[in-house]
Design a binder for this molecule. Structure first.
Ligand code: SF4
Ligand code: SF4
Length: 133
């Protein structure tokens, strides 16, 4: 019978493998209406958020890894990706909660932030035009 992989000893069972239930990608700081419109589009999707922390903007995808088993363990622990191998408990969210400077789950929340920061009024973004050759 195959052995089941275990979480590293430092990961307490009550954590529930939080770090395997999302991923976040750093994105460029939004600077103009085209960028703002892209962020609104991200936020129209389910289980997606955008946040600002320590001066960096991130797109947060709140979907669990498919390798996570029903008991919250990695079913491919020995063959897990390098990103997982490099991730440690030193700065994980269970031990050290991230402090967000801003966190958005809806386009409306993002627009409120823009208005508060005096960054923009909501405008239509011109559609990409076809070449008229
Ligand atoms: S690294 Fe942190 S968030 Fe991930 S399972 Fe261990 S304690 Fe939980
Ligand atoms: S491969 Fe394993 S360690 Fe990596 S995110 Fe998925 S369940 Fe977690």
């Amino acid at each position: 019978m195959a052995k089941k992989a275990k979480l590293p000893r430092a990961c307490p069972p009550e954590c529930g493998a939080e770090c395997c239930r999302y991923f976040a990608l750093e994105i460029d700081e939004p600077e103009d209406e085209v960028d703002f419109d892209n962020i609104r589009w991200y936020l129209l999707h389910e289980r997606v958020a955008v946040y600002l922390a320590e001066g960096c903007w991130h797109l947060l995808i709140l979907n669990a890894c498919t390798a996570l088993d029903a008991l919250g363990r990695c079913s491919r622990y020995r063959d897990r990706p390098n990103l997982c191998r490099a991730y440690g408990t030193d700065s994980c969210e269970f031990h050290d909660h991230i402090e967000f400077d801003a966190f958005f789950e809806t386009p409306e929340a993002f627009d409120e932030y823009l208005a508060k920061e005096g960054l923009t009024k909501r405008r239509r973004v011109p559609s990409p035009r076809r070449s008229s050759k």
